[in-house]
Design a binder for this molecule. Sequence first.
Ligand SMILES: [Zn+2]
Length: 232
Amino acid sequence: MKKNLLILLTLGLFLVGCAHTPQIAQQSLAVQPAGFSWFHRDGTINWDAQVLPIDTIVVHHSALDPNATWVRISNLQKETLYRPRYESSDPEPYLKGQEPHSGHFRPVGGEWREVFYAYHWLVRPNGKCERLLQDCEVGWQAGNWDVNCRSIAICFAGDFTDGQPTDEALDACATLIAGYMKNFPAIKIENVIGHREVNPKTICPGNGFLGPDGWKQTLINKVHHNVMQSLK
Ligand SMILES: [Zn+2]
């Protein structure tokens, strides 16, 4: 009971945090606003405290079975993204020795479950788009904290190390991106980038993404088509 109360309190503070995003967004990462804190009043960390106005879309592939559930992705990214941070001695904030915590909760089976997935959207091969993070939640996805704080992460479900997503998935992703460009005018077409364009250490979303014959160009063409259609 007490635990549920704590989670609800955390969620409540998190929602308040979302509502106040524009104030936080005025600040650069280097200069923290007066009274800035990484922590909620109950002592839990607020990893969304540095969220910025959205101006970038980062495209990923899951590098997993295309049917992998969000639970699998959450469990995996808890270990690959959050665990190393909590085992490091990095300051701001210092968390070494604590159990990884995202501060992102979802109702599952009548209970609140903490989730660790890093993407805002997962696009299945049949074109179905699953909402994961909310737009005001920071995804640990780009390998660059500044980009994490200002971007939406869209992940194609599947392993596209070689090959490319289905036409249905590319169409669905293009529709999503065009919708974001309409709602967030700071997102320009050149700000639609692959994970590998932020972090050269990864090939995500795949070896065939870039270049004149790459599927990034196919995706961008589809986005243009969507934008033009919406203007008619
Ligand atoms: Zn990626």
